[in-house]
Write a protein that binds this ligand. Structure first.
Ligand SMILES: NC(=O)c1ccc[n+]([C@@H]2O[C@H](COP(=O)([O-])OP(=O)(O)OC[C@H]3O[C@@H](n4cnc5c(N)ncnc54)[C@H](O)[C@@H]3O)[C@@H](O)[C@H]2O)c1
Ligand SMILES: O=C(O)C[C@H](O)C(=O)O
Length: 329
């Protein structure tokens, strides 16, 4: 039976993450090796020519699953019929720009995109926001889409999750596939909290295997939380292939499910679980099944974790206040 292609909209398609992402979507890594896709690339007018060049290269790969590529500079057209939307394009922070300026500039992008999703996307739309500040950009887009269930708007903390897996594997001499139940809590920012207290390494509690709270506090957490800045320092540009890889992982897991006995981390609208104020888009431990996710409930949060979750959530609440003040919610 021939399947109807899934419409995948990618914003910022001509950027560096876009370049690392589109080929993997077209080759079946986002949704599955048997799922045909149509790409809808959304750029600003200055980005359209470069997006056209990328589309030429996509054509030249002759991907069997790629059933069409369209390029737009109008969000209403870009999100028409979208089943999956990857919101990558954002206004980067430039010299002299305050956080409030960045939030205002991104509000100008994510509010109209949220409205365009509301008005034009398919009923089953799933949204992943990658563009920074990802959690609050997701909140802005979600607030502008009142007809779309709020839980369809998610923000990417899977890159942080993957970074934490590797740091923990390297510390303990284990393989990443032996590590389960790791969690990123909070914001995709330097306040995020990578939590190993519930994680397992080959069935043993990860915190007990590590048995070194100083390493956790002074090495592991800051290394993961500041990895984005370290990449910028080393590469002279922010993470691109690893960010694209995490976006693929996020959507693939959302659509295809978490493995039995494991969970992942996603930035999602809080339902009030773990004391995170309702509505904030915060990272939680989640399981996924049949295209839906659920927050893992009932975890004991020790004092060490509580203080760090609260600090990151406080930052999210402040960002929400700032965008409220800018009339973006
Ligand atoms: N959440 C994460 O883990 C994570 C990780 C890495 C990067 N990021 C963020 O992802 C974003 C993109 O990174 P990049 O390296 O690809 O940046 P980039 O500057 O290379 O590309 C961004 C692209 O977005 C386009 N764009 C800007 N405004 C747009 C709009 N309104 N509509 C459509 N397209 C628009 C630009 O023309 C550009 O082509 C940045 O905000 C970056 O900070 C997030
Ligand atoms: O673009 C950045 O500021 C860093 C990025 O969010 C990352 O985590 O690599």
């Amino acid at each position: 039976m021939t399947r109807t292609p899934v419409n995948v909209t990618v914003t910022g398609a001509a950027g560096q993450i876009g370049y690392a992402l589109l080929f993997r979507i077209a080759s079946g890594h986002l949704l599955g090796a048997d799922v045909p896709v149509k790409l809808r690339l959304l750029e600003i007018p200055q980005g359209v020519k470069a997006a056209e060049g990328t589309a030429m290269e996509l054509d030249d790969c002759a991907f069997p699953l790629l059933k069409g590529i369209d390029i737009f500079d109008d969000p209403n057209q870009g999100f028409e019929g979208a089943n999956v939307a990857l919101l990558v394009g954002a206004r980067p922070r430039t010299k002299g720009m305050e956080r409030g300026d960045l939030l205002a500039a991104n509000g100008g992008i994510f509010k109209p995109q949220g409205k365009a999703i509301n008005d034009h996307a398919a009923d089953d739309i799933k949204v992943l926001v990658v563009g920074n500040p990802a959690n609050t950009n997701a909140l802005i887009a979600q607030a502008a889409a009142p007809d779309v269930p709020a839980e369809r708007f998610t923000a990417m903390t899977r890159l942080d999750h993957n970074r934490a897996l590797t740091q923990l594997a390297q510390k303990t001499g284990s393989s990443v596939e032996d590590i389960k139940r790791l969690t990123i809590w909070g914001n995709h920012s330097a306040t995020q909290y990578p939590d190993i207290f519930h994680a397992e390494i080959a069935g043993k509690n990860a915190a007990e295997v590590v048995n070194d709270e100083a390493w956790l506090a002074d090495t592991f957490i800051p290394t993961v939380a500041k990895r984005g800045a370290a990449i910028i320092e080393a590469r002279g540009a922010s993470s691109a292939a690893s960010a694209a890889n995490a976006a693929i992982d996020h959507v693939h897991t959302w659509v295809n499910g978490t493995a039995e006995g494991d969970w992942t981390s996603m930035g999602i609208p809080s339902d009030g679980s773990y004391g995170v104020p309702e509505g904030l888009i915060s990272s939680f431990p989640v399981t996924t099944k049949d295209g839906k996710y659920e927050i893992v409930q009932g975890l004991d949060i020790n004092e060490f974790s509580r203080a760090r979750i609260d600090a990151s959530v406080k930052e999210l609440a402040e960002e929400r206040e700032a965008v409220r003040g800018l009339d973006l919610l």
